[in-house]
Design a protein around this ligand. Structure first.
Ligand SMILES: CC(C)[C@H](C(=O)O)[C@@H](O)C(=O)O
Ligand code: SF4
Length: 458
């Protein structure tokens, strides 16, 4: 009797004793422009090749300007983008470059292309690689020296974490979403809940959830301190993967194999926590880490420690304020947490036939070219445009301040992304994380509102 995580781990161990670091075989490495240049440079210096270019896939995301995608002004960004192009050409790696129909945020592109599959070990020089665990993969972020190691050997040394089962139960209330669940869990148990653990999310609420929702939850595992999160594959997973560009041609055979990736019994986890969503309210963050989260219905909490004091100072709010009183200036809908088709469709439902408030600047940034195209075909993009939003090209955008999409100092931004650290969206910028529906509704109202009381059905 064992966990899905243990099965995935065991199936990929090449060397090393249990208890010691072990060498794992890697089935897929995704690369982007920010964390790969030094890795390729290392290969060159050591006269090495990429061992499995066919198991490596590149895309451009962090540095991409979303207004005029080909016009990169920043010299560092331009150098990183040009270097990735050169490296992929030289080492024979498929690259979804700017302008390519497959380009987008690495964690949106992998699943969308069918590269992300159950049973795989997946790495990327990016902390939100945990997203891919939603498919029943063992997926985690690595550092640039490890990127080089995987490029050269298709393996990586890892210390095995313990396992944490997160049982999610209850029917999600009206207009409460996957994003609220993961924010609720981190808000309740703290940003270190998953430290040293591989998390598996399971239970009836997860079973009923779409792949997009599962990805949102696994994406933010890292904000809960865990490098990896996962959901056992099921019919929802198989339906999502089937027919995609890199999906197995013989799906029946693949499914037969993938079915073994499930946890045999709850008792197999080192630790279990249970989270009931039936009374969960839409969540927002008020502070400067993702654990500083609260229900939209609560007033902002009292100052409990130095961190809270510092957070309140930075964010310019005070305890006892209501969520509605947070003076929003910007909204950002996008990122690898919530920049997928379903996220944009949901957000658009809250803007249909409406206009954003005069105090709001709104950027809607699809997670990939494919998401963008689909939203344009289905009129979702037009809904945003008619509502007064800026409809952008795909990239990481305002999720982090590595491209021109920066929130000005002192301004408050309601954001569908995953991090609200000081300066994350620009020097001095103030971030409030929330679900796409919450952010869209806030854009229209000009401030946060309790959408669980709104009639709109996304
Ligand atoms: C730039 C990259 C290394 C970073 C990460 O690892 O997560 C980024 O994607 C982020 O979200 O902060
Ligand atoms: S969208 Fe944000 S969190 Fe995701 S990879 Fe890009 S910068 Fe990191």
């Amino acid at each position: 009797m064992t966990t899905m995580f243990d099965k995935l781990w065991q199936d990929h161990v090449i060397a090393g004793e249990p208890g010691d670091p072990q060498l794992l075989y890697i089935d897929l490495q995704l690369i982007h422009e920010v964390t790969s240049p030094q890795a390729f440079e290392g290969l060159r210096i050591n006269h090495r090749k990429v061992r499995r270019p066919d198991l490596t896939f590149g895309t451009m995301d962090h540095d991409v300007p979303t207004e005029n995608i080909f016009n990169i002004q920043d010299t560092i960004a331009k150098a990183q983008i040009d270097t990735l192009k050169k490296n992929c050409q030289e080492f024979g790696i498929t690259l979804a470059k700017i302008g390519d129909s497959r380009q987008g945020i690495v964690h949106v592109v992998g699943p969308e292309r069918g590269l992300t599959q159950p049973g795989k070990t997946i790495v990327c020089g990016d902390s939100h690689t945990s997203t891919h665990g939603a498919f029943g993969a063992l997926a985690f972020g690595i550092g640039t020296s490890e990127v080089e190691h995987v490029l050269a050997t298709q393996t990586i040394w890892q210390t095995k974490p313990k396992t944490l089962g997160v049982k999610v139960t209850g029917q999600l209330p009206h207009n409460v979403f996957a994003k609220d669940i993961i924010m609720g869990i981190i808000g309740k148990y703290g940003v270190a809940v998953g430290q040293g653990y591989a998390m598996e999310f399971y239970g009836p609420t997860i079973d009923a959830m779409s792949m997009e929702g599962r990805m949102t939850i696994c994406n933010m595992c890292i904000e809960g301190g865990s490098k990896t999160g996962m959901v056992a594959p099921d019919a929802t997973t198989y339906d999502y993967v089937a027919g995609r560009e890199y999906a197995p041609k013989d799906m029946a055979k693949a499914i037969e194999y993938w079915q073994k990736y499930k946890t045999d019994s709850e008792a197999d986890f080192d630790k279990v926590i249970e989270f009931d969503v039936s009374t969960l309210a839409p969540m927002i963050t008020w502070g400067t880490n993702p654990g500083m989260a609260t229900s939209v219905r609560s007033t902002l909490p009292e100052i409990a420690d130095e961190d809270d004091k510092k957070a309140y100072q930075y964010i310019g709010l005070h305890p006892g304020m209501t969520a509605e009183e947070i003076p929003l200036d910007y909204v950002f809908i996008g990122s690898c947490t919530n920049g997928r088709y379903e996220d944009l469709k949901t957000a658009a439902a809250f803007m249909k036939g409406k206009h954003i408030a005069p105090n709001i600047t709104a950027w809607v940034v699809p997670g990939s070219r494919a998401v963008r195209n689909r939203c344009m075909e289905e009129g979702i993009a037009q809904t945003f445009i008619d509502a007064g939003c800026e409809w952008r090209e795909p990239g990481c955008s305002a999720c982090l301040a590595m491209n021109p999409d920066k929130i000005p100092a002192g301004k408050h931004c309601a954001s569908t992304s995953n991090r609200n650290f000081e300066g994350r969206q620009g020097a001095g910028a103030r971030t409030h994380l929330a679900s796409p529906a919450m952010v869209a509704a806030a854009a229209v109202a000009g401030h946060f509102v309790d959408i669980s009381k709104q009639a709109i059905n996304a």
